[in-house]
Design a protein around this ligand. Structure first.
Ligand SMILES: [Zn+2]
Ligand SMILES: [Zn+2]
Length: 159
């Protein structure tokens, strides 16, 4: 039996590719076997019985929480349960929100140095922190998204 795994390219980190993959996913899922499930994160690890390709599911509230599947490198179930792969839509939303925010912050610096102990960087204009600590502070307050959890994998690691 042949499969269609190689027909699918890695999801590009844009809305169109993610939406397209959400549509394709029910058909992809049909030919896969579930290897494991992480019920806390509501993620599944799959394998194709013909070519042995591994797949993982993802979902993102920003896309109606609908499930989509993407290819991932081979991994043992134990390792996967410990830490699953990063979800492409989460990576995309994170980088989009962060670059919007960085743009809003701008490059103007104030005269004083960052309020964080041991940090000698100058503050962002009208802030009490430097750029990095301003972002970290807002992440801590839940006002900016956290860096997406999970293992990075090709091609998203830049390879
Ligand atoms: Zn396959
Ligand atoms: Zn700082």
């Amino acid at each position: 039996m042949t499969c269609n795994c190689t027909q699918y390219q890695p999801i590009e980190l844009d809305r169109i590719s993610i939406k397209r993959r959400i549509k394709e996913s029910p058909a992809i899922r049909k030919s896969l076997v579930v290897l494991s499930e992480n019920t806390e994160l509501r993620l599944s690890l799959f394998q194709c019985p013909s070519c042995e390709q591994f797949w993982q599911s993802g979902h993102e509230w920003n896309f109606g929480d609908e499930e989509y599947l993407f290819q991932v490198p081979p991994i043992s179930i134990e390792e996967w349960l410990e830490e699953s792969y990063k979800q492409p839509a989460a990576m995309m939303i994170y980088s989009a929100m962060m670059s919007d925010y960085y743009e809003k912050l701008g490059d103007d610096q104030g005269d004083s140095s960052c309020r964080v102990d041991g940090c000698s960087d100058r503050v962002v204009r009208f802030c009490v922190f430097c750029k990095q600590h301003q972002v970290e502070s807002l992440q801590g307050q839940g006002k900016l998204p956290q860096f997406p959890i999970g293992r990075i994998f090709p091609p998203y690691d830049g390879s």
